[in-house]
Design a protein around this ligand. Structure first.
Ligand code: NI
Length: 392
């Protein structure tokens, strides 16, 4: 691969070993104890200052070269998913019901690789390595920020393995990279009764179905089609037996928006649909919206640094400018509410691999991406430090 900077095969194998150790012992949000041990051991070998138990189960390391900065942070996520692994890999999960199905094991190995490169040839500034717990819905980023990991930080960079892009490419989106991700619960309370005498009851299932159908028109008929928006009901529960009318239905779903005002409109319309339908049929309703992660919004300065790093390291063809924001969520967004930064997508699909998305029980990636990620992270720090020095 045409790297200007690279890591040798011995180091690469060491990083793959770390990734495989992490892969064998996946741990869910805020329980990443063993994971933290593996990271701490690797950081200890580098004689880097580090602290465990940050933001509950996170680890932070620092490479200090200057008392006045500048300071650049790198972030990897640590948690696994409640998915039973079916890959059959020799290093497959040994923890029943849990799996690193989102590549976070690879992200941690990349960051350790970057720490090795930066320790060997330190930049003219400080580096903070953030190993963050609980990305998958736990909001671990907030816990890390509250623990002070961004104190004195000028820029932050992060990334995610992405099977949509070929190995050797890095995708970056200008401005917004991920969506607002709210979840909702709609509870319809009707009145139970005998299925043979529906006029004596209020059928919560029929009312619930009407709500689900009408919700399909909220996006298609009331939202500007130029603002990508999704409403999906993912679960619908009600009733116990074939000959009784259900008195209650609970629906749960997700709302994805790429625009703040659209998001407020969508939430208001979901409530209006649910309340109106229930009023028509004489049912009661409660709508609970749980606010999720805000969108990742890359700052223009960090976008420039990240994209020029990719071009310099891998060549201009390797930089993929992503046209549309992802409808997924990512809690890297919380860091970007405090400091400038950029989130990238590490292409990880090789030509002989079929496409298997993240969060699949068959998920795996080409480990070469660890080498690319480690070199990218080290180089983006150098460029960010240089930029900050220039502007001082
Ligand atoms: Ni992930």
């Amino acid at each position: 691969m045409p790297f200007r900077a690279t890591i040798d095969d011995e180091t690469f194998h060491y990083l793959c070993q770390i990734r495989r150790r992490l892969h064998e012992w996946p741990e869910p949000a805020f329980q990443e104890q063993r994971t933290a041990e593996v990271i701490a051991e690797a950081l200890g070998r580098l004689s880097l200052w580090y602290k465990k138990g940050v933001g509950k189960t996170g680890v932070v390391a620092r490479l200090e070269t200057s008392s006045t900065g500048p300071t650049v942070a790198l972030r990897a996520d640590m948690d696994a998913l409640p998915i039973e692994e079916k890959t059959g890999l020799p290093f497959r999960s040994r923890v029943k019901g849990y799996m690193h199905a989102c590549g976070h094991d690879g992200h941690m190995a990349m960051l350790i690789g970057a720490a090795m490169l930066l320790k060997e040839d330190p930049p003219d500034g400080n580096v903070v390595f953030i190993f963050q717990p609980a990305e998958e819905g736990g909001g671990g980023a907030r816990a890390m920020i509250e623990a002070g990991v961004l104190d004195g930080v000028d820029f932050i960079f992060g990334g995610h393995i992405d099977m949509h892009f070929p190995l050797g490419t890095i995708g970056i989106r200008r401005f917004m990279d991920t969506s607002y991700t709210d979840s909702m619960e709609i509870r319809v309370v009707g009145r139970g009764g005998h299925a043979a005498r529906p006029h004596e009851a209020v059928d919560a299932i029929v009312v619930g179905c009407q709500i689900v159908n009408l919700l399909q028109t909220v996006v298609s008929r009331t939202i500007d089609p130029l603002n990508p928006t999704v409403i999906s009901i993912g679960s619908f529960h009600g009733g116990t037996v074939y000959n009784a009318i259900a008195d209650e239905v609970v629906m749960r779903g997700t709302i994805r928006c790429t625009d703040y005002h659209t998001r407020l409109q969508v939430i208001e319309r979901i409530k209006r649909v649910a309340e109106s339908v229930c009023q028509v049929y004489g049912a009661e309703v409660s709508v609970n919206i749980r606010e999720g992660y805000p969108p990742v919004i890359n700052t223009p300065d960090a976008f420039e640094i990240a994209s020029s790093t990719v071009v310099e390291l891998l060549g201009p063809d390797s930089l993929l400018i992503i046209e549309q924001p992802s409808m997924g969520g990512e809690d890297f967004s919380y860091y970007l509410e405090h400091v400038h930064g950029c989130f990238v997508r590490f292409g990880a699909r090789n030509s002989y691999q079929e496409f298997i998305p993240t969060h699949s029980s068959m998920f795996d990636f080409d480990e070469e991406v660890i080498r690319i990620g480690a070199v990218y992270f080290a180089e983006v720090v150098r460029r960010a430090v240089a930029r900050l020095k220039e502007s001082r």
